[in-house]
Design a protein around this ligand. Sequence first.
Ligand SMILES: [Zn+2]
Ligand SMILES: [Zn+2]
Length: 247
Amino acid sequence: MKAEFLGTAGYHPSEARHTSCVYLPDAAPDCGFVLDAGTGFFRLAHRPLPKRLDIFLSHAHLDHVVGLTYLLDVLVGRQCDVTVWGLAETLEVVGNDLFDSPLFPLPFEHTMQTIEVGEVFEVCGAQVSTFPLTHPGGSLAYRFDWPNRSLAYITDTAGDGRYLDFIRGVDLLIHERNFSDDLHEVADASGHCTSEAVARVARQADVQKLALTHFNPLSQTDPAEEDQLCAEFPNAIFAHDGQTLEF
Ligand SMILES: [Zn+2]
Ligand SMILES: [Zn+2]
């Protein structure tokens, strides 16, 4: 199975990175999953689409939802059934605010499916589990279990590790790492993570592979050069836009 990083920045795009979006093109036959819809979502316009696209939203901060307004472009001339999943408060903001004039000229006309906190359900043969994260306004973690693969998507969150059991043993952990280790106080205050916190969580939860994403665009340094992550968790990568990971 593949995870393609369409956007790996938090907050706002940089020259090299768009904001949060991960695409799983072969989540099931004829079904693709999208994890958050930041500005990187526009890149789906240049990719083949399956018959069905399920978009899972962590929360309603703009760097995770603004790309939904690009659906018109992504779908032009193509047939694809879109369903957006999220907590009620997230979907309300999308439906009532993001897609309301004068912010956007057209209403949202795709299916929206509300998730209860902690709910477990099935989408296209994958068992989907959810867990509430520590972040201003809240955020929702996702875990996807297929018969022979598993993936957890953890963003945005403080590095408190409350979700250790939730992510235990996954084949691929995609985790936010907004700040470098020297900014751990800023990370704590803003409900985000450092490399050190993520490496600790990945080690304790016994995950197989770790991909960091959601990087602070205000930093001019390559995140891979900021911290010694691989010494802490050797099977880790700092994801970049356009990168595809097999898991
Ligand atoms: Zn964010
Ligand atoms: Zn956020």
